[in-house]
Design a protein around this ligand. Structure first.
Ligand code: CA
Length: 283
């Protein structure tokens, strides 16, 4: 360590003070200058510029990747995408062909139906233009049959059961005077109708229009027509004691029925009788 003379110590102190003042002056000047003019930028890449470059590069890479992926997606249809698999596509084409054929067939049928409609319309027009023939005048319906008082109507005939007793021949004469004849019975319905009119009694017998007086066992109606069938009782007719005229009977025996109630008896017997007036033919 060197020692300085007292004078030089003072000078040194002044000099140091000057130097410090000068430094202080320089610092002030630098601050003022720095406030007015920025220092020149470094010439090499700074940290922000480097980050910017890296970010731009990364963006370029991502953009390229996206473009490549999009292009690949267009060229290769993914499973479940809009592009149908080949078998499904073929099925759709077949369905479309079927629908097209059906439409074509229906159109053809429609055309044929239209032809038929046109033909029918023509026929209808002809029919409408042709005057319909006048209907044949129909005969007016006959008036309903009204039987005289005391007579009973069945089908087209009126029947009378007089409160009289005559032999068979006189019974027929009585009926003829009334414009009738002894009853003809041609059906079970007619037989039942007449039988129901008769009262029950011990042996209530009633002449009707059948006889075999001309030839034994050849029964005929009073108009000469032969008997077909009949509603004879059991074992009848038996011609017992020359019985040549027919009658029906309705006794108190309830087991007797209408369709087996005919008997033969001698024609001279006086019995009630049944007249029939046929209303369908003029007399
Ligand atoms: Ca007989």
């Amino acid at each position: 360590m060197t020692t300085s003379p007292p004078g030089s110590v003072a000078l040194d102190g002044i000099h140091s003070h000057l130097i410090e003042d000068e430094d202080e002056q320089h610092r002030r000047t630098d601050v003022e200058v720095s406030q007015v003019r920025l220092p020149p930028r470094p010439s090499g890449p700074g940290p922000y510029r480097l980050a910017t470059i890296c970010l731009a590069t990364l963006c370029a890479i991502m953009l390229f990747s996206m473009v490549a992926a999009a292009s690949l997606g267009r060229n290769k249809p993914q499973e479940g995408g809009e592009v149908a698999p080949e078998p499904q596509k073929q099925t759709q084409e077949m369905d479309m062909a079927t629908v097209t054929a059906t439409i074509s067939r229906l159109l053809q049928e429609k055309k044929q139906l239209q032809v038929q409609i046109d033909e029918l319309l023509v026929k209808l027009a002809v029919m409408m233009a042709t005057k319909a023939p006048e209907p044949e005048p129909t005969e007016p319906a006959p008036p309903p049959i009204v039987c005289p008082r005391g007579w009973h109507l069945f089908n087209d005939s009126c029947y009378l059961i007089p409160v009289l007793k005559r032999n068979w021949r006189d019974s027929q004469k009585y009926c003829e005077i009334q414009g009738a004849h002894l009853a003809f019975i041609h059906s079970a319905e007619e037989q039942t109708f007449l039988w129901d009119l008769l009262p029950r009694g011990h042996w209530n017998a009633f002449w009707f229009g059948i006889t075999d007086q001309e030839t034994e066992d050849e029964w005929k109606w009073v108009d000469g027509s032969p008997l077909v069938g009949g509603f004879w009782g059991e074992g009848e007719p038996n011609n017992h004691n020359n019985e040549d005229c027919g009658y029906m009977i309705k006794t108190e025996v309830l087991e007797r029925v209408a369709v087996s109630s005919w008997y033969d008896a001698p024609c001279h017997m006086n019995l009630p009788f049944i007249c029939e007036k046929e209303m369908g033919v003029p007399h």
